[in-house]
Design a protein around this ligand. Structure first.
Ligand SMILES: Nc1nc2c(ncn2[C@@H]2O[C@H](COP(=O)(O)OP(=O)(O)OP(=O)(O)O)[C@@H](O)[C@H]2O)c(=O)[nH]1
Ligand SMILES: [Mg+2]
Length: 250
């Protein structure tokens, strides 16, 4: 067999390598901690731990910087990173993007936490700005739902209820009833830290940096950019506006 033929036959096994993100589509890479229910069990406060939150923000920062994303949103053990339709990193190869984002997240989190942890990754694509706004509204609604459930569940467990008892007590309860359950125990859900209820956003901001030009000795000003972390995101329609502004300003 010709060497070239052999090479080609072997390459045929790399069936997914040609797969690329649709040209012109907005895309989001979402990484999620693998088995974090177990990983967090003995290491972090329940339902929320500020230390885990900080480690997730550091993971989100690493992803934004490394992949040159436009915006990152983190809640619980996940991070979504948004990219523009014209983004061409790795020629939009799906295998590269999914594996490298999972690798960056796993390395950054492990470094921040000091313990090995692993993330998976997936791709979401949207046809226009409205779809991107819906995507982030969807993840924020997930954050709100999980925060309310988590607070109710762990409040009952800390009162001494078993897994089954707490599950039964919450089964079929409305959002209002869950808020009331917490309120009766002295917890006002709406006053809990915003990052727990709404998630956290990371975006680029521009700033002016002054320096001295070594040739002329004159003070000059240059525009730089740095990451800004929004720990108190708006919610619902106001969050839609926040995302829309980001897409336009970039
Ligand atoms: N203790 C603690 N747990 C947290 C915190 N934030 C997220 N988690 C836990 O992380 C888990 C995330 O849920 P999932 O991603 O659905 O579950 P998982 O166990 O990671 O499973 P896979 O993602 O499918 O591998 C939940 O069980 C949360 O309770 C936190 O601040 N403190
Ligand atoms: Mg997970």
């Amino acid at each position: 067999m010709e060497p070239n033929e052999f090479e080609e036959r072997m390459r045929e096994g790399e069936l997914f390598h040609a797969l690329r993100l649709l040209r012109g589509a907005w895309c989001v890479l979402r990484v999620d901690g693998r088995g974090f229910s177990r990983f967090t069990e003995s290491r972090y406060e329940k339902p929320f731990d500020a230390k885990l939150h900080e480690q997730m923000v550091r993971t989100a920062s690493a992803l934004l910087e490394e992949l040159q994303g436009l915006y990152a949103y983190t809640e619980s053990d996940e991070v979504s990173v948004l990219f523009r339709p014209e983004w061409t990193l790795f020629d939009r190869e799906v295998e590269k993007l999914v594996s490298i984002s999972a690798g960056v997240a796993s390395a950054a989190f492990t470094h921040a936490a000091g313990e090995p942890a692993v993330f998976d990754s997936r791709v979401w694509m949207g046809v226009d700005e409205a779809a991107v706004v819906d995507y982030f509204r969807w993840r924020q609604a997930d954050a709100a739902r999980c925060a309310l459930n988590g607070w109710c569940y762990w409040t009952l467990r800390k009162e001494g209820q078993s897994v089954e008892e707490a599950g039964r007590a919450l089964h079929g309860k409305s959002v209002g009833e869950k808020n009331e359950l917490l309120f009766q125990r002295g917890i006002n859900f709406n006053e809990l830290p915003a990052w727990q209820r709404r998630g956290t956003g990371l975006r680029w901001e521009r700033y002016e940096k002054e320096g001295v030009d070594p040739r002329s000795g004159r003070t000059v000003s240059a525009t730089r950019r740095r990451l800004h972390v929004d720990e108190a995101l708006p919610m619902k329609e106001a969050y839609d506006d926040y995302v829309r502004r980001l897409l336009r300003e970039g």
